[in-house]
Design a protein around this ligand. Structure first.
Ligand code: TYM
Length: 344
């Protein structure tokens, strides 16, 4: 993290991120996002929310949504977020997200949203059948971030474009409303070998909740046997591991497994290759499986323990929402004044 706050913005450093409650969390979510949340909370004031408003951009069963929110909250806690240090809350419990999103919808340009690759990927060929919410999803994401004037946003690589859009929106708001330095231009924190974890079945596809093959991902709730079996079955090639990452450029599956090992061990990829160079996957996979089981195994157990007491999770989320509102409400009041709302 850079020590200097982004250009012109003189406010404090603040970390914010969120995860959608729209399916089982996997190793990609863990290494790309959750593991960073737990670390950053000790360095900078940190807000982490459950993005239930984003989740409903595609159909969610109303009978299950609250449970899904609690599951993400349990994952946050099980991976080390401490509600006494970090502010953990459901997005829908803080109305300022929606209020600010409307204003930012009027700042963002259609051409900017038309360039969003994630919408194109999700909508495929039938975009006219998707919800309008799915299209404006990145504007709500900008509102999530800017409502708290967050300066640093830990996310996986796939969110970089949404963060660039957030910066463009913040900049245009500051210009349009003659409010230089009002919003920070937030920075995506994507560094590290876990920023883009690929499918275990196809090294050219991102590990994803929506992949039909469960063997393509390690879920946070998988037990030790499932984790080991998925790594055993992971696609690889017959060559031994080389000495440098450059030599893995044309071997996406091998590259992915080395990156996963490095991220799980908290070590640089080069160091991992230094240890395993010359060895084949028959030797590497069992070591990776042991490491993955030792890191991931306890998380699923802890999530199940936490979920046995939903009232306690709700208490944590309610408390977090109240603290979050204390930050978002003054921002929104100022936005209303700047925009010239009658209610400003
Ligand atoms: P979501 O729920 O799709 O993903 C949650 C986080 O996991 C990261 N991620 C990955 N990282 C590495 N490798 C992968 N294969 C992988 N798959 C997912 C994502 O980059 C993300 O960090 N739009 C966000 C949710 C959101 C948000 C925000 C984030 C809504 N508002 C404001 C930050 C700030 C998302 O896609 O979440």
């Amino acid at each position: 993290m850079t020590d200097q706050p982004p250009a012109q913005y003189a406010g404090p450093k603040r970390v914010l991120s969120g995860v959608q409650p729209s399916g089982d969390l996997h190793l990609g979510n863990y290494l790309g996002a959750l593991v960073k949340f737990a670390k950053l909370q000790h360095e900078t004031p940190t807000l982490i929310f459950v993005a239930d408003m984003h989740a409903i951009t595609v159909w969610q069963d109303p009978k299950k949504l609250k449970t899904q929110v609690r599951e993400i909250a349990a994952a946050y806690l099980a991976t080390g977020l401490d509600p006494k240090i970090a502010t953990i809350f459901p997005q829908s419990a803080v109305p300022e997200h929606a209020e600010l999103a409307w204003v930012l919808n009027c700042v963002a340009r259609l051409g900017w949203l038309d360039r969003m690759t994630q919408f194109k990927d999700k909508a495929g060929k039938h975009k006219e059948r998707e919800s309008v919410g799915l299209y404006t999803y990145p504007v709500l994401q900008a509102a999530d971030i800017l409502a708290y004037k967050a300066t640093h946003v830990p996310v996986g690589d796939d969110q970089k474009q949404h963060l660039e859009l957030t910066r463009d929106i913040a900049q245009k708001f500051n210009n349009d409303f003659d409010a230089a330095g009002f919003f920070p231009l937030p920075e995506a924190l994507t560094q590290g070998p876990g920023a883009r974890v690929m499918s275990l079945r196809d090294g050219s596809a991102k590990m994803s909740k929506s992949d039909p093959s469960d063997n393509s991902r390690i879920n946070l709730t998988d037990d030790a046997d499932a984790i080991a079996s998925k790594i055993r079955k992971a696609k690889t090639d017959p060559e031994p591991l080389p000495e440098t990452m450059e030599a893995l450029a044309e071997r996406p599956e091998a590259k992915n497994l080395v990156a996963i090992y490095a991220a799980l061990a908290g070590r640089p990829e080069a160091e991992v290759l230094g240890e395993f160079a010359g060895q084949g996957f028959g030797a590497f996979k069992p070591k990776l499986a042991d490491l993955a089981v030792s890191v991931m195994g306890p998380i699923g157990g802890e999530m199940r323990r936490l979920l046995a007491d939903p009232a306690e999770i709700d208490r944590i989320l309610g408390d977090g929402a109240a603290r979050a509102r204390e930050i978002a409400a003054p921002t929104m009041a100022e936005v209303k004044r700047l925009v010239g709302y009658w209610a400003g």
